[in-house]
Structures are given as C-alpha cells and as structure tokens.
Design a protein around this ligand. Sequence first.
Ligand code: ADP
Ligand code: LRH
Length: 495
Amino acid sequence: NKTASVLAFDLGASSGRALIGELTPAQGGNPELKITEIHRFSNGPVHIGNHLHWDILLLLQEVKAGIRKAFQAGFQPESFSIDTWGVDFGLLDRNGELMGNPYHYRDSQTEGLIEEVNDLIGKEKLFLQSGLQFMPFNTLYQLYAMVKAKSPKLEQAETLLLTPDLLMYFLTGEKVCEFTMATTTQLFDPTTRSWNTGLMDQLGIPSSMLLKPILPGTQFGQLTDAVCEELDVPAIKAVAVGSHDTASAIAAVPTRSATFVYLACGTWSLLGTEQQQASLTLETLENNYSNEGGVGDTYQMLKNIMGLWLLQECKREWEAKGNNKSFTELVELAKGAIAFRSLIDPDDLRFMSPKDMPEEIRAYCRETKQLIPQSEGEVVRCILESLALRYRASVEQAEKITESVYEGLHMVGGGIQNELLCQFTANAIGRPVWAGPIEASAIGNMLVQFTAIDRLADMGEARELVRRSFPVLTYEPKELAVWEEAYNRFTALAK
Ligand code: ADP
Ligand code: LRH
C-alpha cells in the first residue's frame, strides 16, 4: 500500500507539459491524487515553403527532458504516457524511419476539400460512417490532399502513426494506434469499430498504413535501452491512455452524474456530453456535432469551437508589434471595456488561420455593420463574450439532440484561469459553471495509467478521486436579461 506514481505528458497546440501524478495510500481515509509539474515548454507551428509543420523532433527532445527531470527530481514513476491534440500524424517508411515533418492541422493544403469529398462520397454517408464533425483539418482531408498532390511520401509510406503514437514509438520502438486518436481521423467507423477501408479505397488513400487500434489502458512496451542510456533512467512501462487530449480532459471531469455537459477549454473549446455510443442521427449531423472515442468505453458527442485560439493569436500579433501583455493583463483590460459593443461568430472559418487576428475580427465587425473594436480591451471583450454566447448555443443544441436538460456546465483546462470567461459563460447559459481542474488532460492521462497498473478500478473511481483531490470553483449566473438580449443578437449573426 505504497504511494504509486506515473508520468504524464500533455501536449497542446500552444504548450506542452510533464506532470508527475502520485496516488497516496488511504491513510484511514481515501487515496488522493497529487500532481507536480516537472517541465513545461511552448509549442507552435513552423513555416517551411508553403506548408505549416510541427517541430516533432523538438517535441521529442522536450519529452525526453521531462523524463530526465522527473527522475532527477527523485520521482520513480512506474509508467508514462503522452496525449496530444487530434488528427495529425507522421508517416514511417519500410525501415521504420519518419518521412518528413508532420503537417500542422492549420496548413492550408486541405482548403476546399470538405466540399470536394462530400461531392464524391455524399455528406450524409460520410457522417454515418465516421460520426465526425466536418472540420477541414481532419486526417481524412490531410491524406486526400496528399493523394491529390501525388505525394511521394504517401506512395512510400508503410505505417501512419498519429502524433502521440509517433512520439511513443520514438521512445519505445513499438508501433501502436490508440483508439481515441483513431476516432479523430474521420476514417474510423464507430459502428463497426474498425477502419473504413472502403472509403479509403474510394479516395485512393492506402489503408494498409493503418494499424488496428488498441484501447486506452493497454500496456504495450517500455523505454528502449538506447533512451534509458541517453537519459540515465530505468525502463519504465508505456501505457496507451486516452491519447487524444480531449478524451483525457473529459476523463478528468469531476462529475457525480452520468449525464452532464462539459467544456474542455484550451486552444480549442470542446463542448459536449458523454454517451455510451456514437450518436449517428440527422439531428447530430445538422448541428455539426462530432462523435469521438472516449476512455472507459464511452463516445463523446461534442463540438469543436474555435476557442481561445482567437485570444492567443491576438496576443501573438500584439507581441509582434512590441506590445507584450500577459493573459491576466489582457483579461483585466477586457473587464474595463464596454459590454456587447460588437460580437463575432467565433467558428467562422476565416478565424482558422488569419494573418492578423485583431484585423480579421475588425473586418468581421465592419462587414456585419457593427461598432469596430479598436483597443486591446475591446477586442478581448468581443472574443470572450462571443465565445460565451457560442457555448450557450452549443449547450442548447446538445440538450436538443440528447433530449436532456443539464443543470450546469463543467469547465476544465487552461482556459478556466480566465475567470471573466467562466463568469460570462455562466451568465450566457443562465446556469452555474463548475470550473476545475486546470490540468485536466494530464490528470485524465494519469488516471488511465493508474487503472492500467491496477491502482484504480475504473473511471467511476477515477472521477471520484478527481473530486476529492482538486478544487472546483462555482460561478453563479448573473445579469441574465442583458445576456438574453445579446444572445438574440448573436443568433441573428451566427447561424
Ligand atoms: P492547449 O490546448 O494548448 O493545451 P491550455 O489548456 O494550456 O491549451 O490553455 C491555454 C489557454 O489558457 C490560453 O490560450 C489562455 O487563453 C488561457 N490561459 C492560460 N493562462 C492564463 C491566465 N493566467 N489567465 C487567463 N487565461 C489563461
Ligand atoms: C484540442 C484538439 C481537438 C482537435 C484539435 C485539432 O487540443 O485535440 O479535440 O479537434 O485539437
């Protein structure tokens, strides 16, 4: 009955971190989970020619640095795992070597391909066979772009590994395909729970590159001798977790109830409900909801909302102009700005990768004949109010599809450090917001590792552990009348 520890890497589009999770023994009470951040690093795209890539080798170096630091700090994790954003991948040749730099999901190669593939396959058929929201960056469109470009890499590829599986392969030498990541590709059929080879044949995508998915909780190898020697660490076990960061974040939602609505709030905002199986109805399709695999035999019916990307990009643009402000300072400025001066549809695809985000927001307001946000405070306020209103629309859609009423919204992820956004969200939905934990993806990652090494029984026990171990802040709704009025303006603007 000793303390057990595991090492979790959570790589988001803006930053990555390594955390140690320690499960303390039940000393007369119940066990608690203690987390310690070991390493944090920034992440972002690299432009080469006309393409946008991830710096995968730098990410590998940072993960290695995290492993080394964990042992240097005196921890003895039994196992480790990595979760990352969805959809992206690397291709291995027949010698098992990585061919080229993985593309970043914001690369423009997939522009226009949703429509093109819908014309070839049929939108409804594609939805029924994938359950996925039509997002331009889905793996399906990235691979189809490579087919159209007659990519020599694609012609020679032997194995496709999604980002977390690719990093785990570099460290363990084992090639696996984790289930929750597989479900972000739009090539995986949630009914048959297997790859949609018919679809791939039709589009000319070689299906032999894809491995049979393994479930979260599967132990599949250990650090290679070479990595252990390089880092001077023992050969700890590798576990497949909910390797999609969203799946891991949802696993750490401290809900008591089986029916609940959540918002994982980081670079993206993922809002949805947990289901036992994929919801493949016309209503789900019409509302552009997604069905993605979750941990513990769940399907997540959720929606990708553009999220704090909008704010991150404004911050980056202002920094490039020599104006450095932290998120805290920007949120303070937004508090002082006038309410509901201008609203945007955060999900308009024009905001996916614009050159200058503040200018794109101004252009949207100009074109929709609203007041144009000028100052930083005005721009940030516009973003946060618009996101909160989009969350309300999405909660209402989820309620319609699932024929349920939710009492409040669980918010998790880095974005909950933005208290103004949490309050706006409570106001917009007219219900309480329960915020916490911040490091949900890393915690969800740890929880699955603890089940794999037999320290936790199941995800029910895991969520109970999260409730016991981390604080949750409640935001009560306020100013309902003005938010109602703003919502009417928003729905007229954003379909
Ligand atoms: P990722 O999806 O990249 O993993 P995170 O979960 O780390 O994202 O969340 C990053 C977001 O959290 C940032 O875009 C920022 O808006 C928000 N954030 C981070 N720190 C703060 C802070 N101190 N105050 C307000 N917001 C913050
Ligand atoms: C959030 C996320 C989301 C994906 C996007 C590419 O980090 O994983 O679920 O759709 O990144």
